[in-house]
Design a protein around this ligand. Structure first.
Ligand code: FE
Length: 255
């Protein structure tokens, strides 16, 4: 299994505090059946800046550490940039890391409470460059949570999205779990990832998440999602079904 979103690089954001935590996370990942992890440190988030050169170096160092400790886990370069207006500009290429540095997919984080109005045009500009945006944890964005048609529009326009394992198994509450399941059911999300930050408060939960996927959607979907993570790191086209708009029950204004 491949985890496409994880804060396993030590000491550079709110993820692994040091190499010992990175090692503990790696052991937990392997125990859950994960063989490859895309390291996705925060970037241009209010608190942290992790431009490309330092990420590439740290991934190399961490892979050496895992080899020395015979962990059996490979770390791939990646990043979790907070959306910014110049993301598609040529000048930004030196600081951004696409998934596995393949120039085909990039994770994008929205601010917690809203979706910037320029996102639609920016996503278009990225796709013109051949880079597909993957919206991370849409279920944790307040505006998308309240207005899921925003996510539907992005996916219809060619973006992809990744829900978080903890949301899927109910660790973020019932309402978030319900939204997460709706996103998957309506073909608005194509990936589940851990977004693990440590082994205690924010661990992997990937095994549980895939059990939940099977319970909710049957055997096929977990297989498809696993395959999607592999296609993503290889820069190939991922499996995606036609998005369906979420129909909300209207409680007001109909009488
Ligand atoms: Fe993250």
């Amino acid at each position: 299994m491949i985890d496409i979103h994880c804060h396993i690089l030590p000491g550079i954001d709110d993820g692994a505090a040091d190499e010992q935590v990175s090692l503990a996370m790696a052991r937990q990942a392997v125990a859950e059946g994960i063989t490859q992890i895309v390291a996705t440190p925060h970037h241009r988030n209010r608190h942290w800046d992790n431009p490309k050169p330092s990420i590439i170096n740290m991934v190399k160092t961490l892979n050496q550490l895992f080899e020395q400790n015979q962990i059996g886990l490979t770390v791939l370069p990646g990043q979790e940039p907070r959306i910014f207006g110049e993301m598609a500009d040529p000048d930004s290429e030196a600081e951004l890391v696409t998934v596995n540095d393949n120039k085909k997919y990039i994770l994008v984080e929205f601010p917690t409470h809203h979706v910037p109005r320029y996102a639609q045009q920016l996503f278009f500009d990225l796709q013109v460059k051949g880079i597909t945006p993957v919206i991370v944890h849409p279920e944790r964005n307040q505006e998308i949570f309240e207005h899921p048609e925003i996510l539907y529009n992005f996916i219809t326009d060619g973006a992809l999205s990744q829900v978080t394992a903890s949301s899927l198994i109910g660790k973020e509450g019932k309402k978030v779990k319900k939204r997460t399941l709706q996103f998957i059911e309506n073909n608005l999300s194509q990936f589940v990832a851990s977004d693990a930050h440590n082994v205690t408060a924010r661990p992997f939960h990937m095994q549980e998440a895939f059990i939940e996927l099977k319970k909710q959607f049957g055997r096929e979907l977990p297989h498809t999602f696993r395959e999607n993570a592999e296609l993503l790191i290889n820069g190939e086209l991922v499996n995606r079904e036609e998005p369906v708009e979420i129909k909300e029950k209207k409680f007001f204004g109909i009488f």
